[in-house]
Ligand binder design. Sequence first.
Ligand code: ADE
Length: 260
Amino acid sequence: MTVSSISPLGILVPLAQEAEALFALMKQDGATHTQRIGGRDYHSGHLFGRSCVLTLSRVGKVAAATAAAGLIHAYKVGAILNVGVAGGAAATVKVGDIVVADAMLQHDLDARPIFPRYEVPLTGMSRFAADAAIGNSLSQAIEAFLAEDLLQLSAEIRERFALAAPRLHRGLIISGDQFVNGHAAVAALRDDIPDALAIEMESGAVAQICHDYGIPCGVLRTISDSADDNAHVDFPAFLATVASFYSHHILRRFLQRTDW
Ligand code: ADE
């Protein structure tokens, strides 16, 4: 699907630290306008030259669904990009890696025996596809970021979070209304959904809303923890230093591209 260059891009961010950092960048790019709808602020303006509407969805699937519906109804966005952090689900996905979704699934959705496990009732679907053009463009932006921008992050921060050689992964992201931080819980998810790359709490809901409205959807997640007993001790510091740096520079490269 080609994303309209006239409609704004909706940027949906679950956590305040990342949303505030992106809002600060929007303010550097000209005037912004903020509207409060359903207890949420929607900031419209430009980010790296592109018309955007940014909202802090807050955490969880219902919050994300509400925010996505607000972007679609109130702003007629041409696409939604969900930006945030995630836990690594696959053993190969390490802290500091980046996952771009090809598809999203809600791992806590279970209406058996009426519907198959994970299926969104009455849709016949459990996996919702991300937009391929957005995914390809994001991936190219990320490859350039990893090759050219990452070293701008101080050696101290890279060492502190063991960011040796971060990689890009592309595939399935799973969402549920739990922060997964135990070995048994992540092992069960790996057994049940072996191709899951990353776990978070929103994109499955955003994908479902985008599917219902026929709006392209992209998901970009920085891996903040391994979702097991070693889940990050300093999550706020990771968000403030690593995740915000990643989203700033990846979005700069992505929004300056014209191939989506
Ligand atoms: N977001 C970041 N890390 C997560 C985890 N371990 N589980 C769910 N959501 C997350």
